[in-house]
Write a protein that binds this ligand. Structure first.
Ligand SMILES: [Zn+2]
Length: 76
């Protein structure tokens, strides 16, 4: 454990919001473009945007709920 406290994690301990994700289209690295709010973190239900550095595709994601099984579906 690093002891860092930079945001919520899911049940497996992974951050809910990662700095980079794997592009679904090309397998490249997509970088987080959104900024957290003034609390310095993202919250379940927030819209976060990634852009792939390879194909420049944009990926809009909703921060998932914190893994407690409650209704975390986006409402759009
Ligand atoms: Zn891509």
């Amino acid at each position: 454990m690093s002891g860092s406290d930079d945001g919520p994690t899911d049940a497996g301990g992974a951050p809910l919001v990662q700095e980079t994700i794997t592009c679904i289209d090309c397998g490249g690295v997509a970088h987080l473009m959104s900024r957290p709010d003034d609390t310095g973190r993202f919250w379940p239900g927030d819209l976060i945007v990634y852009r792939c550095e390879d194909c420049m595709d944009r990926w809009d994601l909703i921060v998932p709920d914190e893994g407690d099984g409650s209704d975390g579906r986006p409402d759009w």
